[in-house]
Design a protein around this ligand. Sequence first.
Ligand code: GLA
Length: 645
Amino acid sequence: MNNGAKLMTRISALFSLALGCALAAAADSVRLDELDLHTGEQDYSDPHANLSVDYKPMTIGTKHFAHGYGAHANSSLFIDLKGTATRFMSSVGVDGEVPQGKGSVEFVVMGDGKILWRSGVMRGQEPAKLADVNLTGVKKLSLLVNDGGDGIDHDHADWADGAIEYSGAKPETITGAPPEPAEILTPAPAPAPRINGPAVFGVRPGHPLLYRVPVTGQRPMKISIEGLPDGLTFDPARQIISGQLTAVGPHPVTIHAENAAGRAAKKFKIMVGDTLALTPPLGWNSWNCFAGNVDAAKIRLAADAMVRSGLIEHGWMYINIDDTWEAGRDAAGNIEANAKFPDMKGLADYVHGLGLKIGLYSSPGPKTCANYEGSWQHEEQDARQYAAWGYDYLKYDWCSYGNVVDKSQPQLTQWQKPYQVMNAGLRAQDRDIVFSLCQYGMGDVWKWGAEVGGNCWRTTGDIRDSWGSLSANGFSSAGHETYAGPGHWNDPDMLVVGNLGWGSVRPCHLTPSEQYTHLSLWCLLDSPLLIGCDMSHLDDFTKSLLSNDEVLDVNQDELGRQAARVSQAGKLEVWAKDMADGSKAVGLFNRDDAPAQVTVKWSDLGWTGAHRVRDLWRQADLGPFSDAFTQTIPRHGSFLVRVQP
Ligand code: GLA
């Protein structure tokens, strides 16, 4: 071989080596279940590796898959491809746990904002389709599932055997939202006293009253009550009014608070009558953080944290145990708590001792949603037990009632019956128990929830900490405002801010703007506010969201007039709520994915001329504005103001 030939051989050997390396590198692949799926968002449950959304092995049609990413519509997972990816392949379909014809989803694969593949609408029991997508040159991959246009029921969506081929740096999941600073807007409480909470509190005649007066400001502080009627006493050290009243009607008192920095007075009405929950209940519930991992120790910690964090001074009142406290029944049919709750009465006494109230959960069916003992055919007996233990709030679900419902009855009767039965049980007790219906809005519950004794009723399915879920639950309240008022409230479900996670606690997925929207909208909607996070790990940002008294005043306003949507231009909306002092609380919302200007016109509030505007989150006057008020609002953000007439 001559030199030229030798050189050619060497070049060709090097070339083969390089090609071989390239081929070997191109063969790298990462399966979806090997990626960090925590960044994925979905409107029900969390993304699961190698399991369906209901934690079953993955199946599509008749085919089983060992690997994959189990999602639920609407869902999104974003992947930074690092410029190294060449191909994405996945079988997709509705998981086999969904019956035929149920569930309808569409899988969409996007690259750098362009649609690369879509499945078309797929339903339960249909065979898998194969997405095989060339990713050369694509930087960001988006795996999306939409609800097929008909809501998210049964939309269990499997990306089965999904994998990305790449050569070089390994693709990684990223969050979908552009990064946003968690800016604290709520000013720190002033040193002078401010008496917080509602201006009215209701109790039934002859029933025990417990009301802790919430006051911010530096201590020591002297708190007193002027005009307290006979039958009630006030313990200034614990800030608790307690006792009993029999005379029906309003009992007006004045609360005074004084410290070195100043003094405050507030008119407060104790209403005796058939008058519970005259303002929406404020508190905490165990479900969104602990789900089935709740126990008595965690309830005590939540109550302690309510006090220690100072949230108690902003009017937060209830500590509610959700599902999974129940055991079975004793020989006499009395409901018993399981080993996680060894002393239900002791727990209630402990919580009451802090000046807080306590709630629990049940279901009218034989089993609760988490498959624990329900109240079926023991309703009055259960109500008696709750009262004997000293409970103040019952969340009453629907689960498994569908199996025992009397189908010969008209549909509306079927829906109403279990709530009428439990309401009668609660009414027979000599204790006030707030009655919270949880049947997800079936039969337009807002139209009859008050009639069956409900103090509040869920209007939607379970909330998740995704923008899709939050905005669907909140903004679908438009039109429900006619049915809410003192003692009966629409409930688009609990708060999803802070560290939560339905059993495995993690930070909430909502952006700061989305969290401000959540609180602003829920306050305008006069929704019950039940904090869903781990109270013993409350970060400063979350605490600031929950301790803005001017924002909470919107929710706790005595008039109890839920906000209505007064204007809508595409994804920009304005909601307004009448306040007892003649002012209006107004929320400007941007549901779009980019910043936008939102305007409230005074004519949409029925007003003309110039009006003073106050920014409620910053607690700052913005001055008078003629005809309208405009703000530039970030993606998914809001601006909450109070406008004087
Ligand atoms: C239903 C409710 C939830 C929670 C669970 C408990 O899903 O909507 O808020 O109470 O039941 O199992």
